[in-house]
Design a protein around this ligand. Structure first.
Ligand code: AVJ
Length: 339
């Protein structure tokens, strides 16, 4: 029920709605990182195989570092996806149709979204969902200035978890999720399928416009995650700095090294932070021991063939309606529908 409001009261109970004084803007804030950060960090670092969830890269500084990665020559995904969007926007908008409610999973700076907002007709509204509150508020402020007639309903949440969607006041013909950047690649197969299933449920009768990074020459992949300016290394190491700042820890940043490589058997980039010595780190009053060469696995970034992704999409209940790629087949944007 796209325009029903039976869940609004439920929504108000479960999240904190901030009304900004000057504007009409409300933020639906589920405080995604408040209760879980410390627990998940301690749990991940006490595993035999140490790991940290990649979603915690994106505090305010981390989101800015990621924006810098997107501007690097070696990081081909962002500019390639943008060029596909630019070339195919009218085809995309035709498929989405008029009066759709656009729901963006991990909206970040909303740069690619502007292309859609410029081309869509009689849009019912825009729901940007992001885990990073400051960046979300900044990009929403910029968007409302550019599109004064657009109803923007920002949600601060971890979209892999539980949250409710706000409803716009305008008529909604269908809901369309927008999930660019190949962020789906951060998830292992089962969690990826679960998230797609969840999106299919939210967007039944509509669809999903998604950016999916493709398999390619491993050397191109390697360079994209080992840039010559070291921005990706700083992004990776920033996670430890954030743990120091927020969880009273004492990681020495020069005692860990950025290590990223493509694992062809698993079809994924693996990003690690490797201990450069035998050392003990304190997080609050918890001690964590590291051996020289021991790693913390901080991110996976899966790469797909068009066929492999179609199989995953179908398993989640979607039909692949259209696949757009660039001339070199580096990246794809796909429209999936769900009945
Ligand atoms: C935002 C998850 C798509 O995996 O390519 C960029 C994040 N990590 N460089 C990716 C990232 C290192 C990016 N995603």
């Amino acid at each position: 029920m796209p325009n029903g409001n039976s869940w609004v009261s439920d929504l108000q109970r479960r999240c904190d709605i901030h009304q900004h004084k000057q504007s009409q803007l409300k933020l639906y804030d589920f405080e995604p990182q408040r209760h879980t950060f410390r627990d998940e960090v301690l749990q991940g670092l006490q595993d035999a195989r140490k790991e940290l969830p990649s979603k915690y890269f994106y505090d305010d500084t981390g989101s800015c570092l990621f924006e810098q990665i997107c501007a690097l020559d070696e990081y081909y995904p962002t500019r390639t996806e943008l060029s596909i969007m630019r070339e195919q926007i009218s085809d995309m908008v035709d498929l989405l149709g008029p009066n759709c409610l656009l729901i963006e999973y991990g909206s970040g700076s909303s740069t690619k979204t502007r292309m859609l907002l410029d081309a869509l007709q009689d849009q019912a509204g825009y729901v940007p969902i992001d885990i990073a509150k400051e960046q979300l508020l900044r990009s929403v402020a910029a968007l409302t200035a550019l599109y004064p007639a657009l109803e923007v309903l920002p949600v601060c949440a971890d979209y892999t978890g539980d949250f409710a969607l706000p409803s716009p006041t305008k008529f909604v013909s269908r809901r369309v999720a927008y999930f660019p950047g190949s962020t789906i690649g951060n998830l292992d197969r089962e969690p990826a399928k679960r998230l797609l299933q969840q999106i299919a449920k939210v967007c039944v009768g509509g669809g999903l416009l998604i950016g999916v990074d493709l398999k390619k020459d491993c050397n191109i992949l390697h360079r994209a995650y080992n840039d010559s300016q070291g921005v990706t290394a700083r992004f990776n190491l920033h996670l430890l700095k954030r743990i120091n700042q927020e969880l009273d820890a004492n990681f020495q940043l020069d005692q860990f090294g950025h290590y990223a490589f493509y694992n062809p058997r698993q079809s994924r980039i693996e990003m690690h932070l490797v201990s450069l010595s035998d050392q003990v780190v304190c997080i609050g009053n918890v001690e964590i021991a590291f051996k020289l060469g021991e790693s913390i696995w901080t991110e996976s970034s899966y790469k797909y063939t068009v066929e492999e992704f179609a199989r995953l999409a179908r398993a989640a209940g979607f039909t692949v309606e259209r696949v757009w790629t660039d001339a070199q087949q580096l990246f794809s944007v796909q429209y999936l529908s769900v009945v």
